[in-house]
Write a protein that binds this ligand. Structure first.
Ligand code: SF4
Length: 349
């Protein structure tokens, strides 16, 4: 199958964060032991693959598996997944699940990029988010990762958390920069259906403050741009040359395979999920729908997209209102546009 990008879903976490809407289960050593066998069956059903350009172990928290379990999973992956030396292989990790030995094993087994779910360097904010690590634990995990030889590291950060101030957000950004990461993802907290956070929002225990979120977004953009970072997608910043190739593949409409309980695949105009060894929720995507999806994703990137994906009367008001400009014949969002990217996507649909 000539697909160059693979996502592997490892759906376990030490605890479930109250804002999380992903398919995720609490750590259960027995279930996790059985996971490698199930992954093997899913990969076998997927059939032979060509050499991959990117592999992404996402979650859940893949590093919630023990070192021995992860080795067993990597044994399975190595049997079915051709990963050349230059394949970008990312694993998502949590600071509380990264002892030094696990870091060394992952590096030795060809994981060459780690995305660390730090979220904040403020211990109060971490508590509000229901995270079980401290800012000190982030720094310890970071040292282990660098010592193990990782030279491509991302930190995930969240803003818009109840009780978080502009000052604490700025301190988090500065603390993150002190660690000299290669990539930063800055996400605005969202309130998703069927989460304890959504219940709190409905009960008025917390509230969303759009003005504050905008200020935090622009503060991050200013601070990181001044420090020379490339803001290459609404939520993503990279040092030059460290853009995440896996995500760029999604945003530029490349085909990808997903394996694991809620992983999605999109290959040659078809989209499906794997469940119990079979493809479910199979959907045919017309060329027009694929092109439109790609355009909407590209519009979130600093390269923008070709305007001819949209009707003239759709994009013209964006330019007139200063939400987008033309750069090299491509429609690119301005800062005002980036702040309203979700509304703009709805307008363009
Ligand atoms: S660590 Fe990530 S995947 Fe796991 S529960 Fe928290 S937000 Fe969800």
């Amino acid at each position: 199958m000539s697909v160059r990008h693979l996502y592997l879903h490892l759906p376990f976490c030490p605890s479930i964060c109250p804002y999380c809407s992903f398919h995720v289960e609490r750590v259960d050593r027995k279930k996790m032991d059985r996971f490698a066998a199930r992954l093997e069956a899913d990969l076998r059903d997927t059939g032979p693959m060509d050499a991959l350009e990117t592999v992404y172990f996402g979650g859940g928290t893949p590093t919630a598996f023990s070192t021995t379990q992860l080795e067993a999973i990597l044994d399975v992956v190595d049997r079915f997944v051709p990963r050349p030396r230059d394949c970008e292989t990312t694993m998502e990790a949590n600071p509380s699940t990264l002892p030094a030995e696990k870091c060394r094993m992952l590096r030795a087994r060809g994981i060459n990029r780690i995305s660390l779910g730090a979220q904040s360097f403020d211990d109060e904010v971490l508590k509000t988010l229901g995270r079980h690590h401290s800012s000190a634990a982030i720094r310890v995990a970071w040292e282990y990762l660098r010592a193990a030889g990782f030279n491509n590291l991302n930190l995930d950060l969240i803003f818009g958390v109840p009780g978080q101030t502009l000052e604490t957000w700025e301190s988090t950004l500065r603390a993150a920069l002190e660690l000299k990461p290669d990539h930063l993802s800055c996400y605005n907290l969202t309130y998703e259906e069927d989460t304890p956070y959504m219940d709190r929002l409905r009960q008025g225990i917390c509230h969303e403050d759009d003005d504050c979120n905008e200020t935090m977004f622009t503060r991050a953009e200013d601070l990181l741009s001044d420090a020379g970072w490339h803001h290459y997608e609404i939520s993503n910043y990279a040092r030059s040359g460290f853009e995440c190739r896996h995500n760029v593949a999604y945003w530029t409409g490349r085909d990808y395979l997903g394996v694991g309980p809620s992983a999605v695949s999109t290959v040659r105009g078809k989209r499906w999920k794997m469940a119990d060894g079979r493809r479910v929720e199979m959907e045919s995507l017309s060329a027009e729908l694929r092109a439109r999806e790609q355009a909407l994703l590209e519009l979130r990137t600093s390269r923008g997209t070709a305007a001819d994906f949209f009707r003239f009367e759709q994009w013209k008001p964006l330019v007139e209102h200063g939400f987008a400009v033309f750069e090299n014949d491509r429609l690119v969002l301005t800062r005002e546009g980036r702040l309203r990217a979700d509304e703009i996507a709805v307008h363009l649909c």
